[in-house]
Design a protein around this ligand. Sequence first.
Ligand code: ZN
Ligand code: CU
Length: 488
Amino acid sequence: MVDAADLIIRNARLIDGTGAPSTHGDIAVDDDRIVGLGDLGQAHAAVEIDAGGKAVAPGFIDVHTHDDRALLIDPLMAPKVSQGVTTVITGNCGISLAPLRTSGRPPAPLDLVCPDGDGFFGEFDDYLAVLDADPAAVNAACLIGHASLRVEAMDALNRPATGDEITAMRRRLERALEAGAIGLSTGLYYAPAAAAPTAEIIELVTAVQAADGIHTTHMRDEADHVTESLEESFAIGREAGVPVVISHHKCSGQANHGRSTETLTLIEAARQHQEVGLDAYPYIASSTSLGSTKLTDANRVLVTWSTARPEAAGRDLAEIAAEMGLDTEAAVDALMPAGGIFFMMDEEDVRRILAYPGTMIGSDGLPHDEFPHPRLWGTFPRVLGHYARDQGLFSLETAVHKMTGLPAGRFGLADRGVLEVGAMADLVLFDPETVIDTATFERPKQPARGIDLVMVNGRTIWRDGASTGARPGRAIRRGAEVSSQPGG
Ligand code: ZN
Ligand code: CU
């Protein structure tokens, strides 16, 4: 029984994050925790809000981000907060802002997170200390990137690491895990890590096992060899004894369209005897460094930024190439360093992967791009509004589960991702009837509609279409006890 609370939201459709059917009722928050749920007719709070039947859900967890530096330089995190996101998992695809001692421009795709070597943190503890001292609006849980470790440990990236180099990387990784990093990510597709054999990854992921962490992977191949890459990822998880998350699962290139039936069957089979998760974003186009992607896999390419030719941002690569009198490969060389959007997936695959019960939602948004892929601002409301409500791909409860309870369990985020008395008060109040993304490939920096209020650790960070300025986010350490008590 709640007799006093800081806040009560009444008359809400409570979607608890477990995938269970929603219920109608009230929710009370005191300090940073949920202290009451259900019919709270007798209770009183300093602030009371009538939800008018709209939905209250746990704040969304963006499991696939490159927000490492965005948390520091754009701490209100409007692209994410405006969607109802309250926690981000950073350091994906082998790229993390820490730990890495380097100078000059790092090799692509590390430059997507920070174009300047001096912006990386030599020690992971120092990165966490900055997040603690000058928090962002949202919580963050951090992966360590394999490519970041490689760039520091190796003088040449186009070969397997030697035993000594693996030892050096492993020490750096272990130290970061001790400080609270949640695991290791790889980006075996990309040049800085493509020469790393499976055995190199297993040796590193074994350190993650000792720390009870997780391994996420942008696989070696998401196109013609997607099934071999899945097998490699499963083998790494099995050998090291660590849960594996297949990042932004897709089947790239026309020749592979429709193969998600095959890949999801393999994933389902692997899940019978080991821990495997996956995430996806709700679009048929990917986005990364322009020079990193095989252009023949894409039907159309848009330029997201270019250091050599900034005016190319937002334009079609084919058009730019024609203007320059170059073929597209030569045009890419002229634009680099640069980023791109690649239309390379099949809508049926996207739908099938999103609907698979083990699939979590991750934006893979690139926060520093001039003309970003709309997934940066649109992912979560697009799943809720377009795929769940308008297309009926799954229920609203299932959509919310894929962005709350499912990822909280997978990534070990204690007391988050569920509406439960005693859980952290990371909440989103939204209108299931109107919630929708508005960011498009033509106009990518547009906030969602229908997200009324967002709260992190009991503090309101977004209301009436704007940030409140509050920055109550925490750097979540793996395995750490959450400090304050209900009502404390
Ligand atoms: Zn990736
Ligand atoms: Cu990524």
